[in-house]
Design a protein around this ligand. Sequence first.
Ligand code: GDG
Length: 456
Amino acid sequence: MGRLIAISNRTAADPSARAGGLAVAVWESLTSTGGMWFGWSGNIVKGEPGPPEHITDEGVDFVVTDFTEAEHDGFYLQYANRVIWPVFHYRVDLAHFGDTDFEAYEKVNKRIADMVVPHLEKGDSVWVHDYHFLLMGDFLRKGGWDGPIGFFLHIPFPSPEVFRALPEHEQIARAMCEFDVLGFQSENDRSNFVQFLVRSCDGVDEGDGWISVFGRRIRANAYPIGIEAESFAKLAVGQRAKTAATRIGKFLGGRKLVLGVDRMDYSKGLPQRFEAVGKMFDNFPSTRGRVSFTQIAPPSRSKVEEYQDLRVQLDELAGRINGDYGDLDWIPLRYLARSYDRKELAGLYRIASVCLVTPLRDGMNLVAKEFVMAQDPDDPGVLILSQFAGAAEQLSDTLIVNPHDRYHVAETIYKALEMPLEERQERWEKLRRTVVEQDISWWRQKFLDDLDVDTC
Ligand code: GDG
C-alpha cells in the first residue's frame, strides 16, 4: 500500500489546526498510509528562509517552510488572493494584475515542488489542494516525478470567458493538465474547466470524466466536499452550544433569529444580504420587532484593500438599516466582526429559525451543511441558499435564491419564517440525509478511489 503525500498552503502541523473538516479528512488519510504533508509554516521571515522544518506526529511527517516577505506578498497576498481568488469568484473587476506577482506565484510553486520531490518514493500518490498551487503538477513533473498526482480545487472554477481574463490562463491550464485527477466542488465547475479545454486547447471530452488533452489522458470530476456530519450534530447539543444559545436568547428576548455565518469576504454577498434584510422589514411590517438578524463575520485577509472596503460598506449599511427600522428595545440587524468557537456556532445554528447562506459565488459552502446538522428534528429551522453556492447542487430541497435579487430574498426570508412545521420537517429530513450520506469521509474516499489510493 503506497503512501499519500498532501500539499496545501496551510497544513495541520499544529494540532490545534486539526479541528476543521478538511484538516481532519486529510489527517486521517495520512495517518492510515503513514504519509507526509508539505506546506507553509505560517511564518514570514526577513532574508532567506532556513531549511524546512520537519515535525512527526502519529506517523505523519510534516515538512513546512517559512516564506520570505516577498513570497508572502507576491505569492500569497497578491497573485493567489488578489488575482486568482477574485477571478475564480467572477470578480474580474477586483483583480489586480501586477507585473511581477505571477513570477512570485511560479517561484513558490516551484520551491515547494522542489522540497517535495526528493521525498517521493515509487508507489506514493500526491494530493495537492487549492488555488495556491495550480502549477504544482507541472513543477513536480519537471522535478522528475511521474507517479499519480491528484488536485482538489476548493473554490469555483469560472466559466471559460472569465477564466480567459486571467493573463496567464494558458500557462495555468496547461500546468493543471499535468495532474492526473482534477476534483471540483460541483458539476458546474467541472463543466467550466472541461469546456475551456475543449474550446481552447483542442481537448476531447471522452465522457465519464476522461479528457484527452496536451497528449495526456486526465480525469476531471465533481467531488462535493462534505462535513463531519454526525459529530457536528453532537456539538449542537453539547454544553458549550447550549450556553451560546442561552446568551443569544437573552438578546433576542423571544424574537426569532435569522442568522448568517461567513468569513468577511466579498464573495459571500454580505452587503446584498443586509439590504435584503432591510427590504424584508420594509415590505413585511409584521416582521418589525419580531425578528432579529445576526451576522457572525470574522474578518479575514484584512491586509488586502478590498476587504477593508467591505468592512466600511457593512458598517454603513448596518448603521443605516438600524437607524431606519430599529426601536428603543429592538436591534433589527447586527453583525459581529469576530470569531466564535465551533461549539458556540453549533448552538447558534440550532436556535436560529432561518440561516441565510447567500454567497455571490462559493465553491461549496460548509456553513449550509453545518446548519442542517445542527437542527432540532422536532423544530428544524429553514436554510436559504444561494443558487451560486456549490452546495445548491446537493441541497436542492431547500429554499434556493438569487442573492442579487434583494426583493426575492426578502420574500423568501418571510416565507421561511412562516413555513409550517410539517413542511420544515419534510425538507430538513431530505437535506439531513444528503449531508450525512455525503459527508467528509465519503468525499475523501470518492476522490482517493479515483486516484487509486487505498486508505482503509
Ligand atoms: C473554502 C471555499 C469551501 C466561520 N466563522 C467562524 C467559523 N467559521 C467556519 C464555518 C465553516 C468555515 O469557517 C467556512 O467554510 P466555507 O465553506 O463557508 O467557506 P471558506 O472559508 O471560504 O472555504 C468554500 C471550503 O473551502 C471547503 O472546501 O466550501 O466554498 O471558499 O466551517 O463554520 N469557525 C469558527 N468561528 C467562527 O466565527 N470556529
